[in-house]
Design a protein around this ligand. Sequence first.
Ligand code: GLU
Length: 490
Amino acid sequence: MTGPVRTRYAPSPTGDPHIGNIRSALFSWAFARAQGGQFILRIEDTDRNRLVETSVEAIMESLRWLGIDWDEGPDVGGPHAPYFQSERLPLYQKMAQTLIDEGKAYRCFCTAERLDLMRAAQAAAKKPPGYDGLCRALPHAAAEARAASERFVVRFAMKREGATTLHDLVRGDVVFENALQDDFVMLKSDGYPTYHLGVVVDDTDMEITHAIRGDEWISSAPKHIQLYEALGWDPPQWAHLPLILGPDHKKLSKRSGDTAVLDYRAKGYLPEALCSFLALLGWSLDASTSVVTREELAEKFSLERVVPNPAVFDIERLDFLNGHYIRAMSEDGWVDTIATWADAGLPPHIPRPIDRGILSAAAPLLRERITRLDEIAPSIEFLFGFEAPEYLPELLTEKIGGGHEHATQVLDAALLALDSLGGDGWDVEAIKAAVFGLEPLLGAKPRKFVPVLYVAIMAKPAGIPLFESMAILGRERTLQRLRTARAKAG
Ligand code: GLU
């Protein structure tokens, strides 16, 4: 290899990219960056039935959000444009024709009905599925003649004897028996290539040196290796990334966390946290590092430290990382973040722009309590408006235990104690002392009676720190909310 390292992310635009899939992008990008190479985005849109209009934008948005930049691609262009496979059809068709002319591929005229019957017969006979090679035996001239009037696909004539060996940078050598291989379709009847032909032609044309992709593609490797041989081209080096398993150790599914990257953004995960999380799904910097930045990845990523055995997706780790990055934010950055999420999440009756003074006051309280940014708005909604948000009286009495009598006792006592703090004495320490001072009077531990006050103030039995919240609300609003609660409790 003489030129620079070139890697690619080659998603099919069949929906918003999922977490599992974007890890391939992150690893490909990190490898290119660490090697001082180039990273290419190519859209593999050859399956016309599965196209989803909005996918390409979602793919680029997901990458941008994670800070994965590309040197060549559909939007920025580059020396190997176009970067949409659907705009490169003549290239694939030419290669298919070359292979047909050389007898390494053939036209197949089998109808869908025949193929169905063939599969059913194979299943009944407990034989492995695969094309039976009927059209492989057609003489070239006969196939040529039929092609003028019949629909056909082009199949690749796989070697039948021996074995095909993949030299994988992660897995080492993997041997595939040729007898178990199938004459796969490389060009469909609509003139579009299948994945196999598209990927081989484009990885070559785009001078990809390292094809880094998920383990689910490893069974395609013998097809690709034989295609390269037939075309007389040098293949890239392959690296198949370990599968990602859910916490149940089954293949990661939508339910176990494999949802769209942009859903993670919507839930309030930080891109830094997700990057760090994904980076360690199958790779490690060393034996002990549990948080890696994007910059470290771009500098130190290596394929040697990718492990072949499956990685386990653990959402608690992601939550931990998100908390870590939240606490690492600068003070101003944190208040700005709160402002954005408050603006998006608070109900419309709260005036915009959201009161910056309240947000700044709440900022330190939120920072300690929050794992995801979508918790911000519901945590601070009660700080706006005179009364607490609506809640049912049962919340005060039954839901937090203690019943009607307990609630009224607590509220009466709290009103008395807090009312005696004058306007001047209204600060966190004094409020705290007054509330904790109720313990002997009520004959109960604070954890028994404080939830009643939480409901009165926030309309829920727990939340950001209570005394600080009362201090932010001020004396008047606090006392009013306690009175309202007292009235509700009966
Ligand atoms: N188009 C394939 C996908 O959707 C690309 C696989 C590869 O990277 O070769 O993942």
